[in-house]
Design a binder for this molecule. Sequence first.
Ligand SMILES: [Zn+2]
Length: 466
Amino acid sequence: MPEWEPVIGLEIHVQLKTRTKMFCRCESGFGAEPNTRTCSVCLGHPGSLPVPNRLAIEWTIKLGLALGCDIAEHALFHRKNYSYPDLAKGYQISQYDIPMCSNGRFTVPGPHGDEEIGIVRAHLEEDAAKNVHVGGAGGRIGGAAHTLVDYNRAGTPLVEIVTRPDIHSPDSAKRFLQLLRQTIVELGISDAEMEKGTLRADANVSVRPLGSDELRTRTELKNMNSFNFIARGIQAELARQIEVWESGGEVVQQTLDYHADTDAITARRTKEEAEDYRYFPEPDLVPVEPPAELVARVRGQVPEAPGVRLRRLASQLDFELAEALVTSGRDGLYERTPGDRRAVANVIMNQLAAAGIDPEAVNADELGKLIDGRERIPRAAFLEAIAHAGDADFAADRYLAEAAVADTSELRPVVDEVLAAHPGEVEAYRGGKQGLLGFFVGQVMRRTEGKADAKVVNELVREKLG
Ligand SMILES: [Zn+2]
């Protein structure tokens, strides 16, 4: 029985957050009444002429540079012809043989070293309209009574990124996407939120015997709207393909949907013919020829890559903690905050994140002071301080002044109460279940609303039971 190597490539669509659409002056963005942000251009009326959005072109170059791509000196827009209700014109303006960005690479640090993921291309196109399926099951086309089309989204600038099949595990695919998302957010070109559809990813999945370099038939996996679902969907599809090969069958090229609720994979009902889009150069648009000065200027605006920062942080912290800091955009605050590295990272990723505090609003020196003194104050005071850590006038001293109750004459009666209330646990502890110590301490902390000094309580409980 051979061992199998996953071979995964990703196709990502990113909606740019320019104020206006790609080829007209209509506002883009969410939340407007359906079909109120349209004009003759994005509705494809005959005789209307597209005018490219300069900022969208600049942002695509910026993203291409962040992905290590070559920027074309002479890129073309093409018409991609197909017929579907969400496409009023009957064609989509996209890029074909000469995309704006090509031949890049993106470094993904992992717990066991770096992986280099090749980028085939990143090109600029316009988004289609949004189909809203009414009736039937959960907004899906199957069983719907009818479909409404909202053209507000039609013509929104969209960048498509295609990777080489260089990814070899579901975890790597997830990490690649999280670092790519963080890169895009930091470039300031998109909110890149999967749940809003401003970042969408499909996966091309195949397997091959470990050690071979053949490329077997791949399937295209769609309908995954979170990073975790993408990892789980790929995992499920890998398992399915391995089973097919090992039982003597043949994997068939097809488009599949992953259903996160049941972990099931189903083939799309619509049979996809080998499509002929009859691409031809868009006759209403001149080629895109970005001047070298523009590319140089944009290159100067690309910040340090999140992957580089992750590699640096992983030398100080557990890889997982470093990854969580970087992919949530909290590593900047971590780097600014003085104090014990592990303690700082843990507080930022746990309490501060749970409190929903904007890391950019936090005074790092005050936070460092608070973290340093947190063992000496009641838990409740610490959490109160964290809740206010994003306030403009936040000062740690105010909270550090609240000393924990360490007075044994005050705490002893509480300990007695707790022990009296749990005779069974007391007996078990005396019988050797030492692990119950934390339970008793926790009960005392609860009764004192977190104000007791945990160290003193610990000693008192031991003393009473000893
Ligand atoms: Zn328009």
